[in-house]
Write a protein that binds this ligand. Structure first.
Ligand SMILES: [Zn+2]
Length: 351
């Protein structure tokens, strides 16, 4: 694989670095607000917590409005996974999420021959809203997994920052899977991920959902967990149910019965979801910036809680600190977003 090397970059302070990462939209759900957060906002405060809050693991609030206590990190490397975009420091999650990712990576290798997972964003050390890339991922129960198989060698920290996404969509066509990229193993990986009872939803591009509806010949009970959404053509997004007994975790409405291959999917192939706003309609006012007081009450305490002693202390793997993270390097815009043909820019998530 070829990694395009970007121009050398010198860190000129936290804000400059954050700005570059913010502009890049590199791993994940496009569409969330890209503007720098104001000092004191929930995004700024949760984004600056570099270590998790000590305490019993708790996912507090809703996927798109909450925080996390007692998060642990997915080790940078495991036998069947590699964590990506390390500089973002978003490989933290509820222990149930970390366990699920490790299990999925093992099962994927053993049961379907997928070589291993490249894992993108999970959550910030204390969860909470992120200044770029996602509306959800706030309570440690959402994770992005690349649709690119893990290479057989260990990627360097720089490669993990810069490895471009590979879209599964065909360039120049509307919502069409690229047969040169898509394989039956991709389909099996998605259905394996959907097979765990603790997984409630898997977000994928509508073209992927359609491909699955049209071609999956195995058991279809879990097909309904695959939910079509903007973006998600180079990665898929796993959302877990609130773990049993997690009183502070606010569940999402259960998905409706059925395989989701009918009307609701057909809508994505109409013009409506992709229509440009009418020229004379004034754009809606951007929502007010989220403050800590907008989150569940205990999220303020999560911010104030003492940190875990170190990343290694909150990370199950021996290699946790072995891979030094290079400063983020600005790359050409073409490296950062998959070319998705005529499909318009991702709209804000409505999950
Ligand atoms: Zn995601």
């Amino acid at each position: 694989m070829t990694i395009r090397l970007a121009a050398p970059f010198q860190t000129i302070g936290r804000l400059a670095l954050a700005g570059i990462i913010g502009a890049s939209l590199i791993a994940g759900d496009a569409g969330a607000q890209q503007k720098q957060p104001s000092p004191g906002s929930a995004k700024a405060l949760f984004g600056s917590a570099s270590l998790p809050a000590q305490g019993p693991a708790q996912s507090i609030g809703f996927y798109s409005k909450g925080c996390m206590l007692g998060g642990i990190a997915l080790p940078v490397d495991g036998p069947t996974w590699q964590a990506m975009r390390l500089s973002r420091n978003r490989r933290w999650g509820n222990p149930a999420m970390i366990a699920l990712l490790e299990q999925l990576s093992r099962d994927a290798q053993q049961k379907i021959g997928w070589p291993g997972l490249l894992v993108g964003d999970i959550a910030q050390p204390r969860g909470g809203p992120m200044f770029n890339g996602h509306a959800s991922h706030q309570i440690g129960l959402d994770a992005d997994v690349w649709l690119t198989p893990m290479p057989s060698r260990r990627l360097t920290a720089q490669e993990r920052e810069e490895l471009p996404f590979t879209t599964t969509l065909q360039k120049g066509k509307f919502l069409t899977i690229d047969p040169r990229v898509w394989t039956q193993s991709h389909a099996k990986l998605l259905m394996l991920a959907a097979s765990y009872p603790q997984v409630e939803r898997i977000f994928v591009n509508p073209a992927i959902k359609k491909k699955m509806c049209d071609t999956w010949t195995g058991e279809r009970t879990n097909l309904g967990k695959l939910r079509p959404i903007y973006g998600h053509d180079s990665h898929f997004h796993i959302r877990m149910k609130c773990p049993p007994g997690a009183a502070a975790c606010k569940p999402q409405a259960p998905i409706s019965d059925g395989d989701g291959c009918g009307k609701s999917l057909a809508w994505w192939f109409t013009k409506e979801p992709w229509a440009a706003p009418k020229p004379n309609v004034r754009p809606p006012k951007p929502p007010r910036e989220m403050m800590v007081s907008d989150l569940p009450k205990s999220c303020a305490a999560v911010l104030d809680a003492p940190p875990a002693a170190s990343i290694a202390a909150a990370d199950g793997g021996p290699d946790a600190t072995a891979l030094t993270v290079a400063p983020a390097v600005p790359a050409a815009a073409g490296d950062l977003l998959p070319a998705i043909g005529p499909v318009p820019t991702d709209k804000p998530l409505v999950q």
